[in-house]
Design a protein around this ligand. Structure first.
Ligand code: ADP
Ligand code: MG
Length: 631
C-alpha cells in the first residue's frame, strides 16, 4: 500500500471507531446537550469527508458540477441535516462517505496492483548501471550514463542500456523481453539490448543510446501509455456519467419536493417532508455511478496487464476493444508465419563460382535488415568487409542494388530484374529466388527456402475455428506462397505483392467487410509498416520486427509466436465480456434499488450496498482480466 492509501485507511478506521463509540453514548451523558452530543460525529464526518468536499468543489470551479464526489457531498450533508432533525442519528451520514472511501481505496489498490503486476511480470526495469571508476565498480542511476560510456554487467544482472559488447563473452537470457527461452550467446562486437539478463560471464558494454531511448524504457513506456488511450466503452461511460449524474440529482430534488407538495396541496395530507427528503437521499446514494466509472477502465487496464504477462503488448484500451471484434486476420508470410530464417538450398546458372556469387550477394545485402539478407550473410558465413560495398540502395519489396568492389551488383526478385531490364532464368523448384546481376548482366540465382513456424498451422486452425477468416499476403512468388498456404489451410492467398499492393489489399478488405467487423494485419514490419497503420489493428512481431514496426503497430507480440494472435483476440473478448457484465450488473442493481428507494422500501444501508457493494463486486470482477493465462 502507498502512504496515501495507508492514510485513507487510517482515516476510515478512526472515523469508524469514533462513530461507534459516540453512538453508544446517550445524550444524557452530555447533560442533555444535543450540541455536545453532535460534536464527535461532526469531527468524524469532517475527518472522513474533507477530501470529497475539496474535490467536489474543485470540479465545480472547473465547470463539472455533477460528479460522484458531488453526489456524495450532497447526500451526506443531507443525511447529516436529517440527523439533526431525527434526534442525533448521524451515523448514516458518516457511513455514506465512509463506504464511498472504502470503495475508492479498494479501487485505487486494484489499479496499483495491476500496474505493479505489469511491471513485475515483465520484470525488466533495470535499477542501476555499473561504471568503473578508479578501478572499482560504482552503481549509478542508468539515467545518468552518457552515450558511449563503458558499463559493466555482471552475471545475474540486467543489461540496463542498449550497447555493444567490448569485452567478455556470455549468454543472455531474453525471455522477459521476447518469451524466447533459448539463451543468446554474445561476444565482443555483439549488440545487446537492455532488459536481457546476463547469465554467465562478465561483460563490458559500450552504450549506444541513452537510458531514455533504450529498448527497455521504450517497452515500459508503451505499456504505461496504454492506459491513456481510451476505449469506446470508456468514452461511453464518461459521456453516460455526464448526462446521468445531473439527471439523478434533479430527480432526487424532485423526489424530495414534489410528493410533499402534492400531498399538501392536492391530497390535503401532512407533507411528510423529512420522509421524502430521506428517500431522495437514498436515491442519490444508490445512483452514484462509480462502479461503472471505475470498473470499466480498470478491466481494460488489468486485461492489458494480463496480456503483457503473456508477451502480448496491447498499446491501448481502444485496441483491446477493436481486437475483440476481429473478423479478418491478414498475415504477412515471411517472418510472421515462417521463421524468416532462410536456408540456401541451391545456387543455379551461376556465371561465376557459386561461392563468389554468394559472397557478392552477402556483401550487397550487408546493410539490409530483411530476413533474406540476414540469411544470405549467414549462409556466406565469413566476416564481411563492409568497406568493399558502397552506394547501397534498398528497393523495398524487390531487393537491393549496390556497388561491390566497383561492380554494380543487384540482388532481388524477378520484379527487380525486370525493372533493371535484365533477362532472368526461372526456377522449377519451390522456394524463394534471389536473382543476381553483375554489371547489368544476369549472373544466376540463389534458391533459398524458409521454414514454417511450428505453431503456424495450429494458429490458423484455432482462429478459423473461432470464426475468423485468415488471409495471407506476401511479396514472395506465387508457387512458394500457394504451397505454404495449402500446408497452413489458408484459402485466401495473394502473392507477388509490393508493399503498396499490400496496403491496397488491406484497404480493399476493409471496404468490403461488415460494419462491426474489424481487420487485423499481422506482420514482421519489414516492408510493411504502412500496412500496420492502415489496418484496424496492426500487430507486429516484436522480436524479429523492426523498431519502425513496433512503433507503427497497435499490438506487439514479443516472442513472434503466431499462436499469440488468436490468444490476443481471446483475451480481448474476455475483457469485453467482463466490461459488459459489469455494466449490466451495476446498472441492473442500481435501477432496482432506485425504484425501491423511491417507493420508500429501501433504507440507507441498502443504498450503501448498491453503491460500495456493487463497486467492490465490479472491481473484483474486473480483476479477473489480469488472469488471462489460459483463455
Ligand atoms: P514478404 O515479407 O511478404 O516476403 P517483402 O515485401 O518483404 O514481402 O518482400 C517481397 C519480396 O521481395 C521477397 O520475397 C523477395 O523476393 C524480395 N526482396 C525484398 N527485399 C529483399 C532483399 N533485401 N534481398 C532480396 N530480395 C528481397
Ligand atoms: Mg515481410
Amino acid at each position: 500500500m502507498t502512504n496515501e492509501q495507508k492514510q485513507i485507511g487510517a482515516r476510515i478506521a478512526v472515523t469508524a471507531a469514533v462513530t461507534i463509540i459516540a453512538s453508544a453514548v446517550p445524550v444524557s451523558v452530555y447533560g442533555g446537550s444535543r450540541l455536545l452530543h453532535m460534536l464527535p460525529f461532526l469531527l468524524a464526518y469532517i475527518l472522513i469527508s474533507y477530501d470529497v468536499f475539496h474535490d467536489a468543489w474543485r470540479n465545480i470551479l472547473r465547470g463539472q458540477v455533477f460528479d460522484e464526489k458531488f453526489l456524495m457531498a450532497v447526500a451526506s450533508i443531507g443525511a447529516f441535516a436529517l440527523g439533526i432533525l431525527k434526534d442525533g442519528e448521524y451515523s448514516e451520514a458518516i457511513a455514506v462517505v465512509l463506504f464511498f472511501q472504502v470503495g475508492e481505496l479498494f479501487e485505487d489498490y486494484a489499479v496499483d496492483k495491476s500496474r505493479r503486476n505489469v511491471a513485475a511480470l515483465m520484470d525488466i526495469r533495470p535499477d542501476y548501471a555499473n561504471v568503473e571508476k578508479e578501478g572499482s565498480l560504482v552503481r549509478v542511476d542508468p539515467d545518468d550514463v552518457a552515450v558511449g560510456t563503458e558499463i559493466v554487467v555482471q552475471p545475474g544482472e540486467k543489461v540496463p542500456i542498449d550497447g555493444v559488447v567490448t569485452s567478455g563473452r556470455s549468454s543472455l537470457n531474453t525471455v522477459a523481453l521476447t518469451g524466447e527461452s533459448l539463451p543468446r550467446d554474445v561476444e565482443p562486437g555483439s549488440e545487446v539490448v537492455s532488459g536481457c539478463i546476463n547469465m554467465t560471464g562478465v561483460l563490458k558494454i559500450r552504450t549506444t543510446t541513452e537510458f531514455g531511448e533504450s529498448t527497455v524504457t521504450k517497452i515500459l513506456e508503451l505499456v504505461e501509455d496504454a492506459s491513456s488511450r481510451k476505449s469506446e466503452s470508456e468514452n461511453f461511460i464518461t459521456k453516460f456519467a455526464r448526462y446521468y449524474t445531473p439527471i439523478v440529482c434533479y430527480s432526487a430534488l424532485a423526489l424530495a419536493v414534489l410528493p410533499p407538495l402534492v400531498r399538501m396541496g392536492i391530497m390535503g395530507l401532512a407533507p411528510a417532508w423529512s420522509d421524502w427528503f430521506y428517500r431522495a437521499l437514498i436515491f442519490l446514494v444508490i445512483s452514484c455511478p462509480c462502479a461503472l466509472v471505475l470498473s470499466v477502465p480498470l478491466t481494460f487496464f488489468a486485461g492489458i496487464g494480463g496480456a503483457g504477462r503473456q508477451g502480448i503488448l496491447i498499446k491501448g484500451a481502444n485496441f483491446m476493444e477493436t481486437l475483440s471484434k476481429a473478423r479478418y486476420v491478414v498475415m504477412d508470410k515471411t517472418g510472421t508465419l515462417t521463421k524468416g530464417v532462410f536456408e540456401v538450398t541451391g545456387v543455379h546458372h551461376s556465371r561465376i563460382s557459386d561461392e563468389k556469387l554468394l559472397e557478392l550477394a552477402a556483401l550487397a545485402e550487408s546493410a539490409s535488415s530483411h530476413p533474406i539478407s540476414k540469411s544470405l550473410q549467414r549462409a556466406y558465413g565469413k566476416t564481411l568487409d563492409r568497406s568493399r560495398v558502397t552506394d547501397i540502395e534498398e528497393r523495398s519489396g524487390r531487393g537491393v542494388v549496390a556497388r561491390v568492389d566497383g561492380h554494380t551488383v543487384a540482388a532481388g526478385n524477378s520484379r527487380l530484374m525486370d525493372e533493371l531490364g535484365i533477362a532472368w532464368i526461372p526456377c522449377h523448384k519451390v522456394g524463394t529466388l534471389v536473382h543476381m546481376a553483375v554489371d547489368g548482366e544476369y549472373a544466376g540465382h540463389i534458391l533459398i527456402s524458409d521454414v514454417m513456424k511450428e505453431n503456424s498451422p495450429q494458429a490458423v486452425q484455432e482462429m478459423q475455428q473461432s470464426g475468423i477468416e485468415c488471409i495471407m499476403l506476401t511479396g514472395d512468388g506465387r508457387k512458394t506462397a500457394e504451397d505454404m498456404a495449402r500446408r497452413l489451410g489458408i484459402h485466401q492467398v495473394y502473392s507477388e505483392l509490393m508493399p503498396e499492393d499490400k496496403v491496397a489489399k488491406v484497404e480493399e478488405i476493409i471496404r468490403h467487410k461488415g460494419k462491426k467487423e474489424k481487420v487485423l494485419f499481422v506482420g514482421d514490419g519489414i516492408n510493411d509498416a504502412p500496412v500496420l497503420s492502415v489496418a484496424d489493428v496492426g500487430v507486429a512481431m516484436g522480436a524479429m520486427g523492426s523498431d519502425a514496426a513496433i512503433e507503427a503497430a497497435d499490438v506487439v507480440l514479443m516472442d513472434d509466436d503466431p499462436l499469440k494472435i488468436g490468444k490476443a483476440i481471446r483475451i480481448s473478448r474476455k475483457c469485453m465480456r467482463i466490461v459488459m457484465e459489469n455494466i449490466i450488473f451495476a446498472i441492473g442493481i442500481k435501477v432496482i434499488c432506485m425504484v425501491l428507494g423511491a417507493l420508500g422500501l429501501a433504507n440507507i444501508w441498502m443504498a450503501i450496498f448498491a453503491d460500495t457493494g456493487v463497486l467492490i463486486l465490479a472491481v473484483l470482477n474486473a480483476m479477473r482480466a489480469l488472469f488471462v493465462g489460459n483463455v
